[in-house]
Design a protein. Structure first.
Lengths: 540, 105
């Protein structure tokens, strides 16, 4: 399904569309409407990963071909996780249903479906928890907000736990600090016990397991892509940049999402990294094994997060690097900042990261040994280590989309803005309740950024799109800068729908446009091969 | 598994109509899949793109970067959209029997 099959933007979110159903939520059936759900995991991918119940099925089938003892499997799964994760038990018990989160979810705002209120999405699971794991629920049943786990409940879980991008905006407003993303994660873990997942998340997981990256690019394919970029950079700047790959004994391993090797506009950001590291003379290496920053395990299960994250550290060990720099990825930083240390860390065999150019110690990365590229680059700029010509980005009037995970999970708010202010003259913020910790999601994260789910993506994309449209009207913004590969892919479609004529790109694309390289020839085009000065301006 | 029937021949495909088993591909299959993309006649220009994609896939086990397709075939992106209205990834790759790329794309 594509954008042209959708109603016009102003029709999509008209008030009558957003009217809630009259029936109580427990009695409202789940309808799998095309455009609002994702295709299920292909059997080959479940088989490859050794996960349960590989088979062909469709959410619109009546029979989902579940194991006979599906109910027992799910209840045992809940029991096991309540014992294993204290946070899960707390999040099941502590909610007072105050509703502070209710209207904070982009999917609720854009769909009007009450089951997309974070509180109610969590209730889908809590109600089952109450029935089978609390005395009150066992005795009083529905009066105590409890309900039986039925086949239809499983279908409802599948629909709504895959209508959450785990962006955690709702959690910012929760007075108890309930991490609603973790509830979705638990819901998905339980569904996976029955072989219920979505292919857009699980094919990348299987690919990553097989080749080291989500796209399934083998080593010689990676080299071909990187070499293409090296040639492009030479055409644009006259400088032939180095391409260190799998270099043993390099000081730094660089890891970034594979989307940026393959798909525009991420490729321009990838070229930016190659140019920056070359100009610095950095002793670093790319890896064809740890060739993925992203970790779709985060959208699958705790076990899978660990399995995929381990590859980065295994490679760091094998190559004998001192530490790791991570690129403009989103959810990689949630994994790194909040899960890695207790799953695969502490990475004691690595050294505490110190910038070889400025001597700055990155104290915040003491245990993970992984530095965010914007921390690294903003530190370079602060110390005057880069020669920058902002005017080369003059045609770009940009705003900045805080990617959910770097912003809310890792607190990386100032570094990207500091860089932007130093590489472009025209930078305008979107309204304050749509940025920083309160940033609105691209609505395509957590595995939902596929074509078949396009209507729900555009509904969920409405708040972000609306904020972009605001700065287009006010400041003639023509670029949405972000630092996440899922963003670069999904915001492109979001802008096409909600804010036409706004292009999407990464930070290091703009850094490399502005950065004056040693020995470069006069640049006439930017990294996209487009004239630095737009043609219509030539006569002015 | 969804199937696609074109001119009496049946193929296993994914939900978006991409051929499941890339080994089943040949020029006849390409002609049939092209029809599902609204391409009635495969011209030399269509074949140039399709063969390029096919050979790249056989060598690298992945679709080429779109910019690389443009550079190596000499066709601008606009031209590729004229040839394959659904675009290089969803149109041309489908005709060339390549699997659909997934991930942050």
């Amino acid at each position: 399904m594509s954008l042209e099959h959708l109603p016009k933007p102003e029709e999509l979110v008209k008030e009558d569309v957003l009217t809630p159903p009259e029936s109580p939520w427990m009695d409202t059936p789940t309808v799998f409407k095309p455009g609002t759900y994702s295709f299920p995991t292909a059997a080959k991918n479940l088989k490859y990963l050794g996960m349960p119940n590989p088979r062909e099925w469709s959410p619109t089938d009546k029979d989902w071909k579940l194991p006979d003892n599906w109910k027992e499997i799910v209840l045992d799964g809940i029991r096991e996780r309540l014992l294993k994760y204290r946070s899960f038990r707390v999040f099941m018990d502590i909610c007072v249903r105050c509703g502070a989160c209710a209207d904070k979810c982009h999917f609720y705002i854009g769909s009007g479906d009450p089951k997309n209120m974070p509180v109610l999405r969590a209730e889908l699971l809590r109600s089952v928890y109450r029935k089978d794991f609390t005395a009150l629920g066992k005795i009083f049943g529905q009066l105590a907000g409890a309900r039986e786990l039925t086949y239809d409940v499983i279908k409802e879980w599948f629909y709504y736990f895959y209508q959450c991008t785990e962006c955690r905006r709702c959690s910012v407003f929760c007075p108890y600090g309930i991490d609603t993303a973790e509830i979705t994660m638990m819901g998905r873990e339980l569904l996976h016990l029955l072989g219920l997942g979505i292919n857009w998340a699980m094919e990348p997981v299987a690919n990553c397991y097989r080749t080291g990256n989500h796209l399934g690019i083998p080593p010689h394919g990676l080299i071909d892509m990187w070499e293409f970029m090296v040639d492009d950079i030479e055409d644009i700047t006259g400088v032939k940049v180095g391409l260190p790959v799998n270099k043993k004994g390099a000081e730094i391993l660089f890891v970034t999402p594979s989307g940026d090797y393959f798909a525009d506009p991420g490729t321009y950001t990838c070229m930016g990294y190659l140019m920056l590291f070359h100009e610095l003379g950095l002793d670093y290496t790319w890896s064809t094994y740890a060739s993925e920053g992203g970790n779709f395990g985060l959208f699958t299960s705790h076990e899978m997060i660990k399995r995929l994250n381990a590859k980065i550290y295994a490679e760091a060990k094998r190559l004998g690097v001192k530490y790791i720099i991570g690129g403009e990825c989103g959810h990689m930083w949630r994994v790194m900042h909040q899960y890695m240390d207790t799953m695969n860390g502490p990475a004691d065999f690595l050294e505490e990261p110190v910038s070889p150019i400025t001597g700055t110690k990155f104290e915040n990365c003491k245990t993970t040994k992984m530095v965010h590229i914007t921390e690294f680059t903003s530190d370079l700029i602060k110390h005057g280590k880069l020669k920058l010509d902002k005017s080369r980005n003059d045609k770009t009037i940009t705003t900045f989309h805080d990617s959910c995970n770097p912003a809310r999970a890792a607190g990386i708010l100032e570094e990207p803005r500091y860089i932007l202010r130093n590489v472009v003259d025209n930078f305008h913020e979107m309204p304050e309740n749509t940025i920083r910790e309160q940033t609105f999601c691209c609505a395509g994260g957590a595995g939902l950024g596929n074509d078949e789910n396009i209507e729900m993506r555009m509904r969920g994309g409405f708040p972000r799109g609306n904020a972009v449209r605001h700065v287009v009207d006010k400041h003639q913004v023509n670029r949405l800068t972000c630092m996440c590969a899922i963003d670069r892919a999904t915001l492109s479609a979001l802008c096409e729908y909600w804010a036409p004529d706004v292009t999407v790109g990464g930070i290091h694309e703009l850094v490399a446009n502005a950065m004056i390289m040693t020995g470069e020839h006069e640049r006439t085009v930017d990294l996209r091969g487009e004239p630095l000065i737009p043609e219509e301006d030539e006569d002015v | 598994m969804p199937t696609l029937e074109i001119e009496g021949k049946t193929f296993d495909v994914d939900e978006d109509g991409f051929l499941q088993d890339p080994d089943l591909w040949n020029e006849e299959v390409a002609r049939l899949f092209a029809k599902t993309e609204g391409i009635q006649d495969m011209t030399d220009e269509h074949w140039k793109v399709v063969h390029y994609l096919r050979n790249y896939y056989l060598e690298f086990n992945i679709a080429p970067m779109i910019r690389k397709v443009c550079k190596d075939t000499g066709f601008k992106l606009k031209k590729i959209y004229e040839l394959f209205p659904s675009g290089p990834a969803k149109g041309a790759c489908k005709v060339a029997g390549l699997p659909k790329p997934t991930g942050c794309v």
